[in-house]
Ligand binder design. Structure first.
Ligand code: GLA
Length: 388
């Protein structure tokens, strides 16, 4: 991949030295959904597919970006002085968002860059492909501009700023942190209230992690994510009148049950119930995985799905059917919707010997019940962003 990208780079931008190649993965979240903007735990891992980028410094202040995934869009040409968001720049806004954020944060970007991207990560399914492009761009800036005082957590935080302030999404730190900090054969138990984290070995010699694409587009996912976020903020304000907490996840499920009547709207009560129980499930999941208890881990994933479906209401008919069909297959340890919801993917842990049956039965029954063909990806854990 590295040499292919360098060859392509020279074809597009011309021969010469100084070309370097970088990679940032996609991510899978094993458990801990919609907790990352409530100061809770998440338990994701980086995967081997992601975004490759080749880059070279320029002698002027121009920025040029080209994506092998969107050749029809041609080359985006701009400069360090002209990085404002433009709808028509489409994917090109992601690299611009990161460069602009670095400059706003006072990083010295001393010259322009030629950038070439290629992603082998499916877009729009919930693998965090856009966050992967942001982090690979952040790593390029850190490396090429000699920003040695920045570490990979800083890059994740800059990526989140780029996402929230420039792109206008309300995403939490889950995707950006995992992509920056992932480690092969490990999941990360991240406490989003203070960014402390622990790597937990995720060696699954007898199981596979399978992502199933429901084929249901994630319509208005940012708006709906934002709505959930606002509901959590509203509930937090009401709870703060009786308990001294900064985030919802400071409450255990038991402590919440004792004060929940302060929240008058039953919808908000359910939202918080999901958040606090999911936070506990996530901490427990990391713990039982550490002990090798995959059976219990799977049960916690299943409980996570029900809570996302019933209390947080971010699942949809298609995701529910995928999960129901997965639960019917022997050798499936756990299965749940993954990511923001409202369409997209499920994540399942399946015993090696049951993988073909899983793909066949879930695929067949899902198509029968929905008329949609599901897609299956067997993913492997990989490292966080790196120079190749
Ligand atoms: C999206 C966001 C993440 C997180 C998940 C839900 O993927 O980008 O920050 O909130 O939804 O867990």
């Amino acid at each position: 991949m590295k040499q292919q990208l360098v060859d392509k780079f020279m074809e597009i931008y011309g021969e010469g030295d100084g070309i370097k190649v970088y990679f940032a993965p996609g991510r899978v979240n094993l458990i801990g959904e919609h907790t990352d903007y409530n100061g809770g735990h998440v338990f994701p891992c980086a995967i081997t597919i992601g975004t490759y980028a080749a880059a070279r410094k320029r002698t002027d202040d121009k920025i040029r970006c080209y994506s092998l995934n969107y050749p029809e869009k041609g080359m985006l040409k701009t400069s360090l002085g002209d990085l404002a968001y433009r709808r028509e720049d489409e994917w090109g806004n992601y690299p611009k968002s990161v460069i602009s954020t670095f400059m706003q944060k006072g990083c010295r970007i001393s010259c322009g860059l030629d950038l070439l991207y290629y992603g082998d990560i499916p877009k729009g399914l919930g693998f965090a492909s856009s966050a992967s492009m942001e982090i690979v761009t952040g790593l390029i800036l850190k490396d090429m501009m000699g920003l040695t005082d920045l570490n990979m957590v800083d890059i994740a935080l800059f990526g989140q700023l780029a996402d929230n302030e420039y792109m206008g999404t309300g995403s939490g730190i889950l995707d950006l942190f995992t992509i920056s900090m992932g480690k092969k054969d490990h999941a990360i138990l991240l406490d989003t209230s203070n960014l402390s984290y622990i790597y937990t070995p995720l060696n699954l010699p007898h199981e596979k992690i399978i992502i199933t694409n429901s084929g249901k587009p994630r319509l208005a996912v940012h708006e709906r994510h934002q709505e959930r976020r606002s509901q959590c903020e509203e509930a937090l304000k009401e709870l703060q009148t009786v308990v001294s907490i900064r985030d919802l996840c400071e409450l255990t499920a038991e402590a919440f049950a004792q004060v929940q009547e302060v929240i008058k709207n039953p919808v908000l009560v359910r939202r918080v119930r999901h958040v606090v129980t999911e936070n506990q499930r996530t901490a427990e999941a990391a713990n039982v995985l550490g002990r090798g208890d995959l059976q219990r881990f799977g049960k916690l994933m299943n409980a996570s799905h029900l809570s996302l479906k019933e209390d947080y209401e971010v699942s949809c008919r298609e995701l529910d059917i995928l999960v129901e069909e997965a639960w019917k297959v022997d050798g499936v340890l756990g299965s749940r919707m993954m990511g923001a919801g409202f369409g997209g993917c499920t994540v399942s842990i399946v015993k090696n010997g049951a993988v073909s049956e899983f793909i066949q039965k879930v695929g067949e029954n899902y198509e029968k019940r929905t008329g949609i063909k599901a897609e299956f990806y067997v993913v492997e854990t990989g490292d966080g962003a790196k120079i190749l």
